[in-house]
Structure formats: C-alpha cells, structure tokens
Design a protein around this ligand. Sequence first.
Ligand code: G3H
Ligand code: MG
Length: 292
Amino acid sequence: MTAKMLDIVDQAGKSVSGENLKNDIKILFTDIDGTLLNSDNTLSPLNMQTLIKAKEKGIKIVLATGRPVFSVQGVIGEQLKKNDLKLFPGIYLNGCITYDENGKKIIDHVISDELKMDIHNFTKKKNFDQYCIWYTADQTFCFSINEEIKNYMNVESVSPKIINEETFKTLKVYKVLMCLNEQNMSSIFQSCKDLFAHKINVANTFMYYIELFHQKTNKFEGVKKICDNYNISLNNALVIGDGENDIEMLQGVPTSVAPSNASDKVKSCAKYIGPSNNDAVVSQALQRFCGV
Ligand code: G3H
Ligand code: MG
C-alpha cells in the first residue's frame, strides 16, 4: 500500500496504528532543523498546538539538536516560553552539552585543543577554513563571512564573531560546523571523514552542513541521561529526527520516526517513516503514538 501524505508507515511501507503499539510514550525527544521546524525555519501552529496538548497530557517535551541553546533561544525561545514549554532539560550541540531540567550540565564534552588545531590547520591547508564556524558554549566564531555563512546566519539566528588566530587558540570548542555548498560538499565531507572520523564524529546534519563533535557523544547519550534522570524507560520514549546526527537516538529507542525529507540512510535507521517537516511530522507522530 502506498503511504498517504500524512501517514506514518513502518519500513515495509505499512501504515502504523498507534493503538496497536504497546509502548506508552512518556517523553518526546525531537530534533529541530528539518524536523520540528518547517523549511522556512518556523515552528508551525499545528506543531506548537500539539506540543502543548502533549505537555498537558503529561508527556515531557525535550529538544535534541545540533544547535547550541542560545541559537534555539533566538529562533523559537520566545514562542516556546509564551506556551510554557522549556529549553531544559535539553540536548544541545549534538549532546555535547546536555542539560537537566534545572539547566545544570549533565554532559559536557569539549573538543581537545590538539584536535581543534589539527582540524583548523587541515581546513586552512585545503583552503576551506572560510566555511567553518566554531562553537563554544555561549558563542560562535569564524575568520571571515562568505555567502554560505551569511545564509547560515539567517537560518540559525546567530552572528558569529570574527576572530584572529590568537583568539582562536584560546577557544574551548564544542563543535565545528562547515557550511558548504552543492559543489564542495561531497569532497570536503569525504576528506573530513578520511582524516578525522576515527577521532571525532563527522556528520551531515542538515542541508550542506557538516558537523564535527566529540567522539564520545551523540544525541542518544543525552537521551539516555535524561530518561535515566526521570526514571523513564527508553521503551517509553518517542524520538523524531532527520539528520545523520539523529541516527544513534533513532536506533536507540523502539519508537522512532524519520520525516520523509530525511535521507534514505537516516530513514533506514528509524523504526517508522512519517510525513515531512513541512507536513508537521512532530504533530502527526504525537497524534499517532500518544493519542494527542
Ligand atoms: O544548525 C543546524 C544543526 O546543527 C542541525 O540541527 O540537529 O536540530 O537538525 P538539528
Ligand atoms: Mg535535523
């Protein structure tokens, strides 16, 4: 049977009925870009209303994103606050900073200075250092602003600070984001994987973005910690995500959904496939699996 536009289907393409599922969902972990937000970078009224209803039903709502908390605050912070939805607990910077519900860091994994310098020297040698954005816990930095970084600034609602080599050396970096384009994406992605994948996570997280972050961390590490803190079993978690930085958490729980806009690779890692981000996959999944 062909999936309807708003349907949620299993890997065989069969429509899934939430009523037949035995897992009682108590917590939602949702990715942001390509999942909770539409492609125009906004949170739709339908997604928002459904999140509110889910919260009223006692389901915990947790953001799990590659963004740092200040970027999420900038793009949807006010909208969430108005509806009494919280940024904490939350999984940020791909889990490299994960906060408990009081805003206390329960995971804090920074890239070593040596590796940071290796990555930087490599990007300079290959002449793509101008595409890199360096994330500390509370700010982003770059060496110059090109077209790709201008686009990124629109999407992320953050303005990287321009720095020099001396300042760069002092930064405690949690994530490197390479904002690439159709022409240079695949070759740079491949070189980064060849050189660094044994030392650090290298993932295509969104559009032409490649992110490098601590090897011991991914969003699933955050999912486990937060579930543990709440004493909620992973069997009672619903995970939704579209990027390579969502793969571990999609594989780590029995109820996971990739939106139809995810790549085939990511879709194959989820238990279910849902509608696209632009068709409110988060709302649809909450309706289907939680009866919201
Ligand atoms: O800036 C975009 C990202 O780092 C990817 O964010 O994990 O919420 O999709 P996401
Ligand atoms: Mg995403």
